[in-house]
Design a protein around this ligand. Structure first.
Ligand SMILES: [Fe+2]
Length: 361
């Protein structure tokens, strides 16, 4: 019996007729698998694709649904108990992965009047884009930034932060974090502080006064990899895009758009995530565009739609939507509108892999 098997194996190894080759290869693959090896030629086309391939899909979350469901969570758990009371906006094509795109987390956080989300810090960087409410704060490294709708607040890598609401209304904001990128590198650290809030040694507005006013304090590093300004208010940024639009400085794809910048070196606000604000005139019909960064948009004002890969996403105030990497998209504005956006473009640019396609189609 043993000798018959040996004979069979010897035959299968010999260069045989063509119809035997698949069986010979299969036997070989099984044998090398036992040594944790596998042939590249079987997977080459799927690991080195001719064009970017994304698993995430275009999706919109309407603010009516977000607010109703997030408010309901207020009766289920306190901010302190939850540590962060956040509902994840999860891409339906990536279930169970806590991702809006392959590289970005998005969630909506709520703080009720009198609540505190306790101080902590982590390697993942975060941004907040305020959706509803007024007067709650984010404290970053001891500086409190009081927030209003449309404000954009950053929490850089390892910066201690807590949130509190001293107003009389619930406050909701979009959190976007880069932890899918950090976790890809398996490089996450986090630390909870003993006291719920940080002692505030700095005043609201200090970081803008020190770093965003055309002067820099002695000893400021020349090339910080994240912005030292912690909040970019809507009151300050909106008039700039309005002025651009009125001057006719309107891109055929992106409208009248600015990039939030690190005022020390002109770089992105964070090394892993970059943000923009764009205004569109009523009746704007954008040209098609695509780039390799996956983008999360939030409508701050107006009404319109974005067609992504043939799918129409309708949006109005505080709706959130996702455009996956390398999918053609075009914005249409039914009314004068403002869109905030955030993507992983700075990471891709730092690695030299970012590409865009500006050809008219
Ligand atoms: Fe945090």
């Amino acid at each position: 019996m043993a000798s018959a098997t040996a004979t069979k194996r010897a035959e299968s190894k010999a260069p045989g007729p063509k119809h035997n080759i698949e069986a010979v290869r299969q036997e070989y693959y099984e044998r090398i698998a036992k040594h944790s090896m596998t042939p590249l030629w079987k997977v080459m086309d799927s690991v080195v694709t001719k064009e970017p391939v994304t698993r995430c899909q275009p999706v919109v979350w309407h603010f009516d649904d977000i607010k109703r469901l997030v408010m309901e969570s207020g009766g289920l758990i306190t901010a302190e108990e939850a540590n962060r009371r956040v509902l994840i906006l999860e891409n339906p094509a990536l279930p169970g992965q806590s991702k809006a795109t392959n590289t970005l987390f998005a969630g909506v956080q709520m703080i009720l009047p009198g609540e505190v989300a306790p101080a902590h810090r982590h390697v993942s960087s975060a941004i907040r884009f305020v959706l509803d409410g007024e007067g709650a704060y984010t404290a970053v490294e001891g500086e409190k930034a009081f927030m209003a709708p449309g404000d954009f607040v950053i929490t850089a890598n390892w910066a201690p932060h807590d949130h509190g609401n001293t107003s009389k209304k619930p406050m909701l904001w979009l959190d976007v974090l880069d932890f899918p990128q950090v976790n890809f590198f398996e490089a996450s650290f986090a630390e909870q502080f003993e006291s719920a809030t940080q002692s505030t040694s700095r005043q609201d507005g200090d970081s803008l006064a020190f770093y965003g006013s055309g002067v820099l304090p002695d000893g400021t590093p020349a090339r910080p990899n994240s912005s030292p300004v912690i909040n970019y208010t809507y009151a300050r940024t909106r008039p700039i895009v309005e002025r651009m639009m009125k001057a006719g400085d309107i891109d055929k794809r992106h409208g009248a758009r600015v990039r939030y910048a690190n005022p020390v070196n002109g770089g992105p606000v964070l090394p892993t995530m970059g943000a923009q604000l764009a205004m569109f005139p009523k009746g704007f019909k954008g040209e098609k565009y695509r780039s390799t960064d996956g983008t999360i948009f939030v409508c701050a004002e107006g009404r319109g739609s974005t067609t992504v890969d043939g799918k129409v996403l309708e949006w109005g105030p505080w709706d959130v939507f996702v455009v996956p990497p390398w999918k053609h998209y075009a914005h249409n504005a039914a009314k004068e509108s403002v869109l905030f956006s955030i993507s992983d473009r700075p990471s891709q640019e730092a690695l030299g892999i970012w590409r865009e396609d500006t050809r008219a189609h």
